[in-house]
Every structure is written in C-alpha cells, then in structure tokens.
Design a protein around this ligand. Structure first.
Ligand code: TRP
Length: 455
C-alpha cells in the first residue's frame, strides 16, 4: 500500500520543526527568571541533569509513540494498545490539551503582534518610561484590539498548518528557526553593552550551591518538561511524521540542545538590559510586556534609533517563537480531524481556527470586560493555563511514560530506539533508557506533580 501520509524531509527538518515547537515563551519569559532565582549556574546544571535523565527519555517516548503508530495522537494509543478502552479514552486527552493551550497561547501571540506594531510606529520607544506599565494594562483590557490581534496571529498560524507538513510546517521552521537565533544574538549584543549590564550577567551566572535541593530539582524538571513541549501530544504528532530510518535519539538530543541554547541566549539578551534599567526582574507576561519595554522606552531617550530597532527585533522574535510553538499545537488537532473524521486539511484547519479563535476570544476578554468572571479565584485565561500546565500536562506525561515503560512490549521499544538493532550506540544505551523510562521517569513526574501543589 502506498504511504500517503506526509513525512518530514530529513534529520534537519525534524530537528528544526521540533525545536520550533519547543522554543517558545517558556524559554523567553520563564527560563531566565528561574535561573536567576534558583541559584544561577547551579540551576543550569540541575536543569541539564533533569533534561538528560527525565525529559529526554520522555521526549523519546513521545516520538516513539508517534512514529510507531504512524497516526494522529488520539489513535496512536488506541492502535498500539490494540484498542484497549482505557488508552482509547486517554488518546482524547492528547487532542484536548494542545487545543486548549492554543486558545490562550495565541492570545499572547496577539499581544506580541500589538507590541510589534507599536514598536514599528515608534510609539513604544517615545513613551515616557513610567507610562509603560500602565499602558500594558490598558492595552490588554481594551477588548477589541487584543482580540483582533489574537485572531490575526491565529489566522497566520493556521495558514501555515494548512500548507501541510512539508510545504507548510517544515518550510516555515527551516526559515524561522535560524532567524530566531540570529535575532536573539543581535538583541543580546545590544543588551550586554548597555551601561550597568554586568549586574544582569552576575544574576544569571552566580553559582549558589545552597540551591541544589530536591525542590530546585522539581522546578527544573517542570520547566524542562514545559520547554520541550512534553505531555501535550505535540511531539507525538511530530513523531508520526518522522521517517523509520531516522535516528530518534539524535533528533531528540538535537532538539533538547537547541532549546537549552536558545533559553540561555534569551537569558543573556533580557536580564542584562533589565538590570541596566535598574528594575527588578520578574517572570511571565510582566517581563516581556512591561520590564523589557521599559528598557526600550528609557534607552529611547538617548539612543532612539538603536532602541527602536531592537524593540522591533525583540517583538518579532517573540512572535516567531510563539508561532512555531502554536503551529505544533494546532497540528495535533488537525491531524486528528483529518484521519479520524476524514476532513481535508483545509477544513480541519478551519475548525481549529474557529474553536481556538472562539475560546481564545474569551481568554482575551478575561483581561477586560470579562475580568469579573472567575473560577476558583482565577480568570478564564489563568484557569486555562493553570489546568493545562499544572495538571493535564503532568498527567499526560505520566501516561506516556507508563505506556512506553509498562504497556508496550520491550521488544517494540527496543526496535524503535535502535531501528531494529541497526544503530550501535543506541543499542548500547538502550538498557539505560529502559531503566529511566520504566522506573525513574514515573517517579519523577509524580514528584513534580506534588511539588506543584505542596510548595
Ligand atoms: N515549549 C513551549 C515553550 O517553551 C510551550 C509549550 C508547552 C508548547 N507545551 C507545548 C508548545 C506543546 C507547543 C506544544 O514556550
């Protein structure tokens, strides 16, 4: 039977697409802060260990599930478990989670677009610095502009996905990933040359060994999971487009290294500037939509052209980083609708646009007209994020790990890991992988889950 399913073109294409999914807001607005607050260089070491021992095996497990089943994330579990009812139901989670995330992730994409436009019109760098913070508040609560930006961002994202795996996703990642690295290096060059930037470099590098605690380890694991897009069906879906000849250990390691490298570059691009402006670093939206714009506004007085250019490049970086991640989120639902419901790619994309667009509008409005609507004290936006990042992601990661470690026969896992025994190094490393995925990873995921609640 001829294989009509699309595939990525080769190793580089796989790494770039997966790195596109991985490199996103997590690298830009969370990693630098986590490093600074949890022991600087000491945190980076813990993070690398956590990635090697836990996240990389889970990443491999997801790629395997996708490649072995050669189908969308919902059917992957059903097919590999021979239609076991529990795993058939579980499969739906892998479609639900990324679709929910795409709703609010694209709202942030929309804000970046708004700030990009403001940077281009020079209104950002000409603003009195003390107004920056207030301006963010009035922007996100202004209802129609953020909603429109969200829909434009989502529209472009879905447009790329509609182009298909090879001529949409692959082509886009091949251009955007190198561009992202160039952009972040340019911003870094601007940032570290500002007067007073040394303080920010020190914030990131000071090794505080007293931070080497189990709690730090749990934070590092949580961050590493999120950053590698685990537990959300995205890597399973991309894995299903990987050729049987590919060495999945090499592609997964390549993705993890690119993701880490970008996170570190983002840290050195952002923190020195924030310290040079004499403000306290934070994490999340405040960092990229308040602290960093404050820097641009302040420097705008003395270096108007350079600051304006850097501001434009900065928001472009965020748009592109968020978009490649959002593409992988949307693709999960699209591949499901195409294979399960027999839709064409175009129609599946339209459905995702309507669903994510619709719920995204609610998330967006929860900063303005709907700010009074709360569930358990959280706004709609926060609720989506909290449920996905803290609960569903870890639940799904646990299921993935248990599935590969305990449900799939060892022979199948070996076969995927070593391409039927042909890859020598993978053959030698298999016992290590098997031990990590069977014993270490499940325990680690449960620990992160409880740490999120107790601490
Ligand atoms: N990895 C992305 C980031 O660092 C965020 C993310 C988490 C994600 N899970 C995902 C993106 C699943 C796409 C698919 O920002």
């Amino acid at each position: 039977m001829a294989d009509k399913r699309e595939k990525f073109g080769g190793r580089l294409a796989v790494i770039l697409a997966m790195a596109g999914s991985a490199i996103g807001l997590g690298n830009i607005w969370r990693f630098p802060y986590m490093v600074g607050e949890h022991g600087g260089a000491a945190f980076v070491i813990v993070y690398v260990i956590a990635t090697l021992l836990i996240s990389l095996p889970v990443f491999l497990a997801e790629v395997m599930i996708g490649r072995r089943s050669h189908t969308n994330a919902r059917d992957a579990f059903a097919r590999l478990s021979r239609q076991h009812p529990f795993w058939k139901t579980t499969g739906y989670l892998t479609i639900l989670i990324p679709t929910l995330i795409a709703c609010y992730y694209s709202v942030i994409g929309g804000w970046s677009l708004g700030y990009f436009i403001q940077s281009c019109s020079l209104s950002l760098t000409r603003m009195p610095p003390e107004n920056v913070s207030r301006q963010f508040g009035s922007f996100v609560s202004s209802a129609w502009i953020p909603v429109a930006m969200h829909l434009v961002f989502l529209g472009v994202t879905v447009g790329v996905v509609a182009g298909g795996v090879k001529s949409g996703i692959e082509k886009f990642s091949k251009v955007s990933l190198p561009v992202l690295f160039v952009l972040i290096v340019l911003i870094l060059a601007y940032s570290v040359t500002l007067p007073g930037a040394g303080e920010g470099v020190r914030y990131l590098l000071h090794p505080d060994w007293s931070e080497l605690t189990p709690r730090t380890f749990a934070y590092a694991m949580g961050q590493s999971f999120y950053s590698l897009s685990l537990g959300m069906g995205a890597i399973i879906t991309y894995g299903s487009y990987v050729s049987k000849k590919e060495n999945i250990l090499a592609t997964s390691a390549g993705t993890a290294v690119s993701d880490l490298l970008f996170a570190i570059l983002a840290g050195f691009a952002i923190m020195p500037a924030v310290f040079a402006a004499g403000i306290e670093p934070g994490a999340g939206p405040g960092l990229i939509f308040q602290s960093v714009p404050y820097v641009f506004a302040r420097m705008g007085a003395t270096m108007p052209v350079l600051s304006a250019i850097t501001a434009i490049l900065f928001f472009l970086t965020i748009i592109v980083a968020a978009m490649t991640s959002c593409i992988s989120l949307v693709e999960v639902g699209v591949s499901f609708l195409m294979e399960r419901k027999g839709m064409t790619r175009g129609r599946a994309c339209l459905v995702l646009f309507l669903v994510c667009g619709g719920f995204g509008v609610l998330c967006s409005l929860s900063f303005g007209p709907l700010s009074g609507v709360t569930v358990a004290g959280m706004s709609i936006f926060d609720l989506f994020d909290w449920v996905c990042s803290n609960i569903l992601l870890l639940l799904m990661a646990l299921l993935v790990v248990l599935f590969v470690g305990w449900i799939l026969p060892r022979r199948v896992v070996y076969d995927e890991f070593t391409n039927g025994g042909r890859l020598r190094l993978n053959h030698l490393l298999f016992p290590v992988f098997w031990f990590l995925i069977k014993w270490v990873a499940p325990v680690a995921v449960v620990i992160i889950f409880f740490t999120n609640f107790i601490l």
